[in-house]
Design a protein around this ligand. Structure first.
Ligand code: HEM
Length: 423
């Protein structure tokens, strides 16, 4: 990859954006600035469920999972014609297992999922089994017109260290012979081509460091300890599905899951310059939280459940309060008291614009669609003062630019699987 874009950029800015730029110079800039690359190597075999990250994540004082700060999504196109060969499958299997051996399955090492799209499975004569429906992506609201992503595969990488993501990418693309002391004997070259890189960050203070992006007012309003651009903490234990709930139970892909990956541009001028804090709390959580001032700072005081037991049903809030909270709208979709999707989203400055890559795992894509329908809340915009996007949670601050659906096979079937899960 060319080093061109970093020429003339001041060093601090370059390091901050190293992951977004990618390539060998970005990797060395990261290594020079941060630790020397001292990252634990992989030892025991990682879990069969690729999405089993929770036991490998850090915890906050309440026991909520803390996701790794650095993220990389590689959209991959199959380079061959027709369907993959046995040799290609072996190369991809070896390349991915090199990552597992090089880095511990930990936030401090490297976490990943390798997933495949409906377009990939359409290459085969056989179709996916009924136990694993994988619909094409589509627009999910009347007011959106996203690009529907059709790469063959999606590799999602997450780590505490940006240099780990850059090094892993270089090993996969054949630009590195050793990875954290492990010999690299196979890459994706000639089999899977990187069609697009998407990058980002999540964690206390990182959005404030990246607020010189389009979509964020120049007054630099993002709270300095916020983990996300919109200023609040997200992903409490009980506002997330369990990994068990999102796991496919039957068929050849049992132990796997499905993944939705969308990208949305954020427009935070009104959020920060016209809405006051009370309005922001009401629109993000629910009006009760705003009126009773129960969210301190970014919301760390909410413990493990965001206090959603205090929220009225969304329809009641819409007619009585004229505002309905983003969190509040989706409580009805809960099962056994918890959502049915597991969110692992992150902020981004891709395209020089503040954005969010919304990545979620769920047993079936329908679970995501049901959750998103609740967030869209079409019925709330009927006879109430709530508009289709105004005072309707956080809809007016985002524009959905991309949507993609994927199947995440269990680890033993993650290398160029057939629709029937056999070799
Ligand atoms: C800029 C985009 C977004 C931001 C900043 C955001 C932020 C938040 C925050 C702060 C909460 C409450 C705390 C928590 O996470 O538990 C929440 C809840 C939630 N969000 Fe989002 N969100 C965004 C987009 C989405 C999208 C696109 C979906 C997909 C449907 C979604 C699904 C959920 C779900 C399922 C919950 C929990 C609902 C429950 O408690 O039952 N969010 N979000």
């Amino acid at each position: 990859m060319s080093d061109g874009p970093n020429r003339g950029i001041d060093r601090r800015a370059f390091v901050k954006s190293a992951l977004a730029i990618g390539g060998a110079s970005a990797l060395s800039a990261c290594l020079n600035r941060t630790d020397s690359g001292d990252v634990p190597t992989g030892s025991e075999s990682p879990p069969e469920r690729q999405h089993a990250w929770n036991d490998a994540l850090a915890r906050d004082d309440h026991g909520n999972a803390v996701e790794p700060p650095h993220r990389l999504l590689l959209l991959l196109d199959y380079e061959g014609n027709g369907t993959p060969t046995v040799g290609e499958r072996e190369a991809v299997a070896t390349a991915l297992s090199t990552l597992d051996r090089a880095y511990a399955w930990s936030h401090d090492g490297l976490l990943s999922t390798m997933a495949y799209s409906p377009a990939y499975f359409a290459r085969f004569d056989a179709s996916l089994p009924e136990s694993t429906p994988l619909p094409d992506p589509r627009a999910l609201a009347s007011f959106e017109d996203p690009t529907l992503d059709t790469p063959d595969a999606l590799l999602y990488l997450a780590s505490d260290h940006a240099h780990v993501l850059l090094a892993a990418e270089q090993a996969l693309t054949g630009e590195k012979d050793t990875l954290n002391g492990v010999d690299v004997t196979a890459g994706f070259n000639g089999v899977l081509d990187v069609a697009q890189r998407r990058t980002g960050f999540k964690g206390d203070g990182l959005p404030a460091e990246h607020q010189d992006a389009n979509g964020v007012p120049t007054s630099e309003p993002v709270p300095e300890d916020a983990p996300l651009y919109m200023g609040f903490k997200s992903g409490f234990t009980k506002t997330q599905a369990t990994e068990e709930r999102v796991t496919i139970r039957n068929g050849p892909f049992a132990g796997g899951t499905t993944q939705h990956a969308s990208y949305m541009r954020l427009n935070l001028e009104q959020w920060y310059e016209q809405d006051d804090r009370e309005a922001r709390v009401g629109k993000m959580f629910c009006p009760y939280h705003a009126e009773n001032d129960i969210v301190e700072g970014t919301g760390d005081n909410l413990g493990t459940d965001a206090a959603m037991s205090k929220a009225k049903p969304a329809a009641q809030a819409a007619s009585e309060d004229g505002v309905v909270g983003h969190n509040q709208k989706m409580v009805d979709v809960r099962e056994d008291g918890r959502p049915i999707i597991l969110r692992r989203d992150f902020d981004s400055t891709d395209g020089d614009h503040a954005g969010l890559h919304f990545v979620s795992f769920q047993r079936a894509i329908d679970d995501f669609v049901a959750t998103r329908d609740a967030m869209t809340g079409d019925e709330l915009a009927g006879d109430t003062p709530v508009g289709r996007r105004t005072n309707n949670g956080i809809l007016q601050y985002m524009d959905i630019a991309n949507r993609g659906n994927y199947l995440v096979p269990p680890r033993s079937k993650r290398a160029l699987p057939t629709p029937r899960g056999d070799a």
